[in-house]
Design a protein around this ligand. Structure first.
Ligand SMILES: [Cu+2]
Length: 121
């Protein structure tokens, strides 16, 4: 019964228009901790859901997820994924923005590449 309800819920969500889900997570490389993937592409006006994960053992138990242009600043703790749904502002200038960690100066940021919305004829 629970499954039926869940399936029904999924269908109704799909019919309103799916929000694109984007996973971003901590990854350790030779030069330190990174937000990965390195680059995330979005379109101005698009609604996206960031699924933010920190599953790296043996380092800091938390990291910051910081995108000032989207007014996002959040702490993400070990093994406790966070979800943030946000609309990329329609008037946000196309270009590259930083997805950083406001808590660790050495934490390597990722890039949010904002593309202009397609013009409707
Ligand atoms: Cu960090």
């Amino acid at each position: 019964m629970k499954q039926l309800i869940l399936v029904g819920l999924l269908f109704s969500l799909a019919s309103i228009g799916a929000v694109r889900e984007i996973t971003i997570q901590t990854e350790k490389k030779d030069d330190g901790v990174h937000w990965m993937p390195e680059k995330i592409e979005v379109t101005a006006g698009e609604e996206v859901k960031f699924l933010i994960k920190h599953d790296l053992e043996g380092g800091s138990d938390f990291h910051g997820f910081f995108i000032p242009q989207l007014k996002i600043q959040k702490e993400v703790h070990l093994h406790k994924a966070e979800e943030i749904t946000v609309q990329i502002p329609k008037d946000l200038k196309p270009g590259d923005y930083t997805i950083g960690c406001h808590l660790h100066p050495t934490h390597k940021p990722a890039i949010l590449e904002v593309k202009a919305a397609a013009k409707k004829n």
